[in-house]
Write a new protein. Structure first.
Length: 486
């Protein structure tokens, strides 16, 4: 190649790089640890799980061993082999092909369209305690709850459009708030236990005669343990990801697992399972324990702190999942404008706005159907469980495919470790999806619940097929039609 040709080639490469949207690397080691804690340890799912009794402690342990630990291995291994923005989208695409990558990323994104609203509803249910006594009933007021939830969603979108450099502090404050809130909850539980004992017995940890409601909680537990993959979705925004990601995954995983078991045990010890509210269970427990030790003054500041924590959870999942349509827009499987970045803040603002708008519509539709606040929460959560776990089928399947390949080359882990993690994680994930179709005890109409679950699952998977096979191919055909003849 001549010098002139080389210069021209380098100039062309530079112009392409300049035209490609770039995101800023702003996430350090402890930003990641705190992100994992705020994303994985979600206090909002604990009450709905603890309401099913002591048997859920065994389900937590099983899920930690057979789902959470393999998830950590999968995240570290796949991020090492396939670094870059996109996470579950990128991994499934590289291992199984373009459509599977798109479906994985699509389910990861669309599940958060339903999960983020549940976080907003939980925020309202908790924040009313910060207003003082006499305001708790506002959480059951449909109009107040809807308005407050949508307002918070708009605020989080604005903060994340400004950028992760700002938005990450919402995540970090949320993680710190989560840790302090969990410490207060568990600390009060220990004090109450030693001063007054507990009514819970060994029989409460046995499988109940009618395990129908417990079956749903297993899927919710698996759902509650996802989040270690979230940072890899933002792989291009991590400072030196190959170096700091493994340690951050380990620390975030250990802290989250301990906090989940401790919080669930505390609820079981202090509040009878039939009295646990899925939206207010945590503050309910703290209020009950604080009254017993003459410290009722702690309830309002605790609720305020927990509200910050919940806002951080919503911010983390909103920001992370919005990177999926951003990458899909760049790959031309979805409208290209979803791949736009803000000219000033360098954030995927279009994807963030679309996410928020669809979430708003889903919340309004559920409330307009006549469902109560707690039933709406549970329906959104259950469908989110199914869609969220679909990418994990691909993630654990990728470990198995890599491990059995004839040309296997060791990455972070050995073939044996990948086989065990892939197999146990895959089986647990499939089981969690199947059990999510069993209605929780807050559901009043089983028929409408199953229509919502099966219909919603088929709708979102069908939309994924449409965008990939119809929209994507039409766009590719248009590109070929207008391509210049050389």
């Amino acid at each position: 190649m001549s010098n002139e040709a080389a210069i021209a080639s380098n100039a062309n490469t530079a112009s392409i790089d300049a035209a490609t949207p770039h995101l800023r690397r702003v996430l350090g080691r402890w930003d990641l640890v705190l992100l994992f804690v705020v994303a994985v340890f979600n206090l909002n799912v604990v009450p709905s799980i603890a309401a099913n009794g002591g048997v859920t402690i065994w389900l937590w342990i099983i899920s930690l061993l057979l789902f959470f630990w393999p998830q950590g291995i999968a995240v570290i291994e796949l991020a090492h082999r396939y670094p870059g923005e996109g996470g579950v989208y990128l991994w499934a695409k590289e291992v199984f092909g373009d459509f599977h990558g798109f479906l994985s990323g699509w389910c990861y994104w669309t599940n958060n369209m339903m999960y983020v609203p549940t976080v907003m509803l939980y925020f309202v249910g908790v924040s009313v305690f910060a207003l003082g006594t006499g305001h708790q009933a506002l959480a059951d007021n449909t109009f107040f709850t809807l308005g407050a939830a949508l307002t918070l969603l708009v605020v989080l979108v604005v903060l994340n459009v400004v950028g992760l450099g700002v938005g990450k502090w919402i995540n970090n404050l949320g993680a710190i708030g989560t840790g302090i809130a969990a410490a207060v909850l568990i600390g009060l539980g220990v004090i109450v236990y030693f001063r007054f004992g507990t009514n819970i017995t060994a029989a409460d940890f046995k499988i109940p005669a009618n395990p129908r409601f417990v079956l749903n909680s297993f899927g919710v537990i698996c759902f509650g343990l996802v989040g270690l993959e979230l940072a890899s979705v933002m792989g291009d925004e991590i400072e030196n990801p190959q170096k700091i990601l493994p340690g951050a995954v380990a620390w975030g995983g250990v802290l989250s697992g301990l906090l989940y078991i401790g919080a669930t045990l505390t609820l079981l010890i202090t509040v009878s399972k039939q009295d646990i509210s899925v939206l207010q269970g945590i503050v309910q427990a703290v209020s009950h324990m604080a009254a017993r030790v003459n410290a009722s003054w702690i309830v309002a500041p605790f609720a305020l702190l927990l509200s910050f924590s919940i806002a951080g959870i919503g911010s983390a999942w909103l920001a992370g999942s919005a990177r999926i349509p951003f990458v899909a827009g760049l790959d031309s499987y979805m409208p290209a404008w979803l791949g736009r970045v803000h000219p000033k803040y360098a954030t995927p603002y279009a994807a963030l706005i679309v996410h928020a708008v669809v979430s708003m519509i889903l919340v309004i539709v559920n409330f307009s159907g006549g469902a109560g606040v707690q039933e709406t929460f549970q329906k959104l959560l259950s469908l989110a469980v199914v869609l969220q776990l679909v990418p994990f089928i691909y993630m654990f399947g990728a470990l198995l495919k890599l491990a059995v390949a004839d040309d296997f080359v060791r990455g972070r882990y050995s073939k044996t470790t990948l086989l065990f993690a892939g197999f146990s994680g895959l089986i647990t994930t499939i089981l969690g999806i199947a059990l999510a179709f069993f209605p929780a005890q807050q559901i009043t109409s089983i028929a409408s619940y199953e229509i919502w679950m099966f219909g919603g699952t088929l709708l979102f998977v069908g939309l994924a097929a449409f965008f990939f096979f119809v929209y994507g191919r039409r766009k590719a055909a248009r590109k070929v039609a207008v391509a210049p003849v050389t």
